[in-house]
Design a protein around this ligand. Structure first.
Ligand code: GDP
Length: 534
């Protein structure tokens, strides 16, 4: 079989769903898999979450290895395309984890609850997408419930996100009066077939027909038809027609309405992802120190680690590094080198994330994600390639917003604590700082929830009962600039100096004001809010 990077990479669509909790991300994920034909019944994605070890049929490895990786990526094939759906954590704290996952996505689906519009978390995640020029498709969900006025919703997208919404469809009604939607380009009406609540829906609603047949077919009454026609005319003047270029540049978002729960609008969404979402792009990189660009059709296998999942099995301390491939044809058993350490890995047991129970794939291409089991060799932000000389721009660490001192209740376990904290920091769950003086561990996070997750994991995976205490420091900044200048500065501020997990020098300030103050006095030293490793 001649599947080559040139034929395979362009078929890939790698995307993530961004939404505020409860907007319907999980439900939509499930129904996309259903639409893609890779699961047969609703309820499986949720079941997988609740009851992973027994229900998921495709993660035989999961059982064998006692790990759970299923929710990170779901790959399914549909209509000649390979879809990789990346899971983003669903909680409210903006986390670096989410940010990093989005660095691996080539497009995003923004799910809005039709009754709520743009909510705080939607906005935050949107901003991350904008920062990385990720094109966005908008899915307005829960049309089977009383919704806000659709025009008002699109106005909100335009004003809050500075993004041109371009409706591909227009809904007729919402809630109990939701009848379906009109495809603006073709004039076809897609009826919404309501079923008894609680009854098993099948995958189909009735097939679409031209709008002027909607009354005879009993889908709309004359009043509804007239109203829909009037609005459709209005839309032509009110919104720009959809342009793929503008979408890909991040200026425009196509809009689809639907109900994930009722499996309505989901096929249309999948179609839009297949048609418009970009195939993996050429990525800027350096090779042996020289600037270059890596194209997905290039022969050399390259990729970067955007996430590490560790300790799914506390007995094995296994870690799965999630590698987004950027080029080449990856094959099981292949040797890849880590750029910054030069270490070589034989990737004999890569995990591929097919959502169906088909056999695991033997190869993967640009756009795909593979999981590489390892014992701490791979870190978030690592670049891997056959030659070992390709380096992608690192994934940034952000200066934490909360710093706390952590202690273990049983003093005999201090050594264990060090190891555990280092391991969680390597995984990117939290950041770890060691002040130059004393034996404290200072843990930094972007949100409070990360501390809870951390305490939980320290207890469950490492058997460590920890206490977080207020830290004497409020802000951390990485130091950059001339090495001699940094050393001079560090010498004079020993009590406020520390190092991070990579032994980078860090200034630990008591307040933002203090940082501003020292920064002014030491103009040759940079006080950095982000750090790129590599
Ligand atoms: P997530 O937090 O974004 O993953 O949201 P979920 O998928 O868990 O959905 C939150 C709630 O909204 C659940 O009770 C779903 O059943 C419900 N829900 C999701 N989509 C729809 C929809 O299209 N219509 C209705 N009526 N409810 C929905």
């Amino acid at each position: 079989m001649s599947n080559t990077p040139a034929t395979e990479a362009p078929r890939r669509r790698t995307f993530a769903i961004i939404s505020h909790p409860d907007a319907g991300k999980t439900t939509l994920t499930e129904h996309l898999l259903l639409a893609g034909g890779s699961i047969r019944a609703a309820g499986q994605v949720r079941a997988r979450g609740e009851n992973r070890r027994t229900r998921s049929d495709w993660m035989k490895i999961e059982k064998e290895r006692g790990i759970s990786v299923s929710s990170s990526v779901m790959t399914f094939e549909h209509d000649g395309k390979v879809f990789n759906l990346l899971d983003t954590p669903g909680h409210e704290d903006f986390s670096e984890d989410t940010y990093r996952t989005l660095t691996a996505a080539d497009a995003a689906i923004m799910v809005l609850d039709a009754a709520k519009g743009i909510e705080p978390q939607t906005l935050k995640l949107f901003e991350v997408c904008r920062l990385r020029d990720i094109p966005i498709i908008t899915f307005i969900n829960k049309m089977d419930r009383e919704a806000e006025d659709s025009l008002a919703l699109l106005d909100e997208v335009a004003s809050k996100l500075q993004l041109d919404p371009s409706p591909l469809y227009w809904p007729a009604g919402s809630g109990n009066r939701f009848r379906g939607m009109l495809e603006l380009k073709t004039g076809l009406f897609y009826p919404f077939t309501r079923r008894e609540s609680g009854s098993e829906y099948d995958q189909g609603h009735e097939a679409p027909a031209p709008l002027d047949q909607a009354v005879t077919k009993g889908w709309l009454d004359q009043g509804e038809l007239d109203e829909l026609r009037d609005t459709a005319e209005l839309l032509e003047g009110g919104f720009k027609a959809f342009e793929v270029e503008s979408f890909l540049e991040g200026h425009m978002t196509p809009v689809i309405f639907g109900s994930a729960l009722r499996h309505y609008g989901v096929n249309q969404l999948l179609q839009a992802i297949g048609d418009f979402a970009p195939a993996p792009k050429t990525v800027a990189a350096s090779k042996a120190g020289t600037d270059t660009a890596v194209d997905p059709t290039d022969k050399e296998v390259t990729g970067f680690v955007f996430k590490v999942q560790a300790n799914m099995d506390p007995n094995h301390r296994d870690r799965i590094a999630m590698l987004k491939l950027t080029s080449g044809k990856f094959q099981r058993g292949m040797k890849l080198k880590v750029q910054n350490t030069g270490k070589q890995l034989s990737v004999n047991a890569p995990i591929m994330f097919f959502a169906s129970d088909r056999e695991l794939a033997e190869d993967a291409f640009g756009g795909d994600v593979i999981g590489i089991p390892n014992h701490g060799v791979l870190r978030v932000g690592d670049s891997l390639s056959e030659s070992g000389t390709v380096r992608f721009q690192g994934l940034p660490n952000f200066a934490p917003e909360i710093l706390q001192r952590v202690r273990v209740k049983d003093p005999l376990k201090a050594k264990h604590l060090k190891k555990a904290l280092e391991s969680l920091a390597e995984e990117g769950v939290t950041q770890l700082f060691r002040p130059s003086i004393g034996s404290d561990f200072i843990v930094g996070a972007v949100g409070q929830l990360q501390f809870e997750v951390m305490a939980d994991r320290l207890a469950n995976e490492y058997g460590l009962d920890v206490i977080f205490e207020p830290s004497p420091y409020a802000e951390a900044r990485w130091l950059g600039g001339d090495a001699a200048k940094i050393e001079d500065f560090a010498g004079k501020h020993r009590s406020a100096m520390g190092t991070d997990i990579d032994e980078f020098p860090v200034f630990l300030g008591k307040s933002a004001w203090e940082i501003g103050y020292v920064a002014e006095r030491y103009p040759d030293v940079k006080f950095l809010r982000t750090k790129e490793r590599g």
